[in-house]
Design a protein. Structure first.
Length: 250
């Protein structure tokens, strides 16, 4: 009987050590939520701030926001990838993206602003079609990267509209031979060490769209920017300083 009891104790002890070893050597996967927030040089921006002249860009124009939605693709946390996410600030939708079964440890965090040419297939994504995020066929089709609309005070201090829409740049000098430039870009936020279920904030500084490296004059570039080949390249350059890593909670 004593031998049997000792044998059982050894088995239990071995099993316990094995479980502990597995837990330490092969940590259990966790859940990670990406939380997308917006700010204007550090001042939080939500839909409650829309339609109010409370922001001033680098060039000095006072701005109100009426609509802001943008698309991220190939969103990567470690080995996990989500195809795309449409973030709509005005409708408070798409502000969080959840990942399951993320390996604990150091994980890379990156995504693409807009669709790359390989993924920017006209009519491919029904959910984007249904919310009119398409680009007209005369501009080559595909999808917007961002639709950012509002008003600004012009040189006469009058309300004027702006439509800061980004997409794949297209040169239409010869309508029968459109020339395209992929103006989407990858944003690499580096690595995040994940130990438990985590929420990771990804911040968009809206003010950066108007100032770095190109100071934006809304009196000159305010609308009809979609077919403006040079303007699209400038907006792409400005967008590369827009996103940053925020708070990591776990």
């Amino acid at each position: 009987m004593k031998k049997l009891i000792w044998f059982l104790l050894i088995i239990i002890s071995f099993s316990s050590c094995s479980d502990e070893l597995d837990c330490c050597v092969y940590p259990r996967p966790v859940q990670v939520a990406l939380k997308f927030t917006q700010n204007w040089d550090g001042v939080p921006v939500t839909s409650s701030n829309f339609n109010d002249f409370k922001f001033t860009n680098q060039h000095g124009e006072t701005i109100s926001i009426s609509d802001l939605r943008y698309l991220l693709s190939n969103i990567t946390v470690g080995s996990k990838i989500k195809n795309y996410q449409l973030i709509n600030i005005g409708e408070n939708s798409g502000l969080q993206l959840n990942f399951e079964q993320v390996e604990q440890g150091v994980n890379i965090l990156k995504f693409r602003f807009g669709f790359s040419d390989a993924d920017n297939k006209d009519g491919e994504y029904q959910d984007l079609n249904s919310v009119s995020f398409n680009v007209p066929g005369m501009l080559g089709g595909g999808y917007h990267y961002m639709q950012f609309d509002g008003k600004y005070k012009d040189v006469n201090n009058q309300d004027a509209n702006f439509n800061y829409h980004t997409l794949r740049a297209v040169n239409r000098k010869d309508p029968t031979n459109l020339i395209f430039k992929d103006t989407s870009f990858e944003v690499n936020l580096g690595t995040v060490e994940i130990k438990n279920n985590a929420t990771i904030e990804i911040k968009m500084n809206i003010a950066e769209w108007f100032k770095n490296p190109n100071i934006w004059n809304l009196n000159e570039l305010n609308a009809v920017l979609m077919p403006n080949f040079e303007a699209q390249k400038l907006m792409s350059e400005n967008g590369k300083s827009v996103f940053s890593l925020g708070t990591v909670t776990q």
